[in-house]
Design a binder for this molecule. Structure first.
Ligand code: SF4
Length: 423
């Protein structure tokens, strides 16, 4: 269960006015994780190609930040120039990394900061092939996450959040992750939970490109579809288990269904280990509108998470959000006056429910997808980029009926092959 869409704010982001630009600088990685959207196949892009993509994203997306992704972006030999280029163009370079290259490497972090990096989203979860951390539970990984958060805080002045892919196997760990992050709200600006998604390979669908059957070679496949049912609503319930004062405030829906919540955002307020409430719809509307008026683009990421308690006085403007947090805060201070001296912080939680293949084969994408990327002169969904790279177009899923023969049963003449690459 989650709040109805009518109780949340539909983010005003669109195809051409979107705070996020998604830039993939390489498809190489130094670990290769289950659920990864990218095949390790074409290597690093050149600096000129990357600069062209940054210019394109700024022109066509009106970005506030550029999410530098891959592959693992920190292994790109020109990563410092890339960050500098984005920074000099007035956008925020945010690195999405597994963190391996930064492990015990503060001098590299300092170089990244000097180049103008805005911050990091570290992707760390229990299903990764992380050297020395294989087979660890989400709880074991708290120590690793904390090391990164402390290192970034020591160098100072950068955003830090943690992303995890959520499978049925670690869904029950979401409350623990949220409580742990609340405990370290002074160091951690946000969490991102991404529902595991993949093209099911259990015979339910045939996959075609431009009407022709193809053998599916993308990395995002699932042997059966039981792993594909974790939704943003499931994760919302788990977050509420950890923090009953958490509330989802904003969303992006699906392109095919009226009720899917593909992006769900919440911004909690509190002191270390104690959350008082969340930003409400009015508050989020004011933030997005004011930022657009002042800076000319919408907002996805902020750096500082310290909040002056005077902000609680905005309660009357945002009764269900800041107003409620204000009430909870004073009730707690009356019980524990020493908490009045603790610093107040914000911490965001984003949930992404990536593409769903519906029973009739339609693919429900995120409406106004924030993570569109450049491919051959156009914008494509980054979660499905490999379909363009392999086949030159999106895969279509066709439900297997008695009239349609599954690809696996198509009889091929000797030497004949199903098309895999269109280029
Ligand atoms: S549709 Fe866009 S936002 Fe949604 S998962 Fe795919 S790339 Fe990300």
């Amino acid at each position: 269960m989650r709040p109805p869409k009518s109780a949340m704010y539909r983010l005003p982001w669109s195809l051409n006015d979107n705070p996020i630009g998604w830039l993939e600088v390489t498809d190489k990685c130094n670990i290769y994780c289950r659920g990864c959207y990218r095949l390790n196949r074409y290597g690093h892009k050149t600096l000129d190609e990357i600069k062209n993509e940054i210019d394109y994203l700024q022109n066509w997306r009106n970005c506030d930040n550029i999410s530098i992704a891959g592959g693992e972006p920190l292994i790109h030999p020109n990563i410092l120039e890339i960050i500098r280029y984005i920074h000099d163009k007035g956008m925020k370079p945010l690195v999405l990394t597994n963190g391996v290259k930064l492990w015990d490497n503060k001098p590299f972090l300092q170089e990244l900061k000097k180049a103008g990096v805005f911050g990091f989203t570290f992707h760390i979860d229990s299903e990764q092939n992380r050297p020395h951390w294989k087979g660890k539970t989400e709880e074991d990984l708290f120590a690793l996450r904390l090391e990164y958060a402390k290192m970034v805080a020591e160098v100072g002045g950068m955003h830090v959040s943690f992303g995890s892919t959520i499978y049925p196997s670690n869904l029950d760990m979401v409350p623990r992750i949220v409580r742990w992050a609340n405990q370290h709200i002074d160091l951690i600006h946000g969490l991102v939970f991404i529902c595991f998604r993949g093209a099911p390979q259990d015979g339910k669908f045939n996959y075609t490109v431009e009407g022709k059957p193809v053998k599916v070679e993308v990395g995002y496949t699932a042997e059966d579809d039981h792993e594909l049912h974790v939704t943003s609503a499931d994760i919302y319930e788990k977050i509420k288990e950890a923090n009953p004062n958490y509330e989802a405030v904003a969303y992006l829906g699906g392109t095919q269904t009226h009720d899917a919540v593909k992006w769900m955002l919440g911004v909690q307020f509190g002191v270390k280990g104690r959350m008082y409430g969340s930003l409400g719809v009015r508050g989020m509307e004011v933030v997005q509108t004011a930022y657009h008026m002042l800076r000319g683009s919408y907002l996805a990421y902020t750096k500082g998470n310290k909040l002056t308690k005077a902000a609680l006085l905005l309660g009357p403007l945002d009764k269900k959000g800041i107003g409620k947090a204000h009430g909870n805060y004073w009730r707690d201070i009356l019980r524990n006056p020493t908490r009045a001296f603790q610093q107040f912080y914000t911490q965001s939680i984003g949930v992404i429910q990536a593409p769903d293949i519906l029973d009739d084969g339609r693919q429900d994408m995120c409406d106004s997808c924030p993570d569109m990327t450049f491919w051959n002169g156009k914008l494509v969904h980054s979660c499905r980029l490999d379909e363009w790279r392999l086949y030159g177009n999106y895969l279509q899923a066709q439900p297997v009926t008695q009239d349609i023969v599954p690809v696996s049963e198509i009889a091929l003449a000797e030497g004949e092959q199903l098309p895999v690459e269109a280029k």
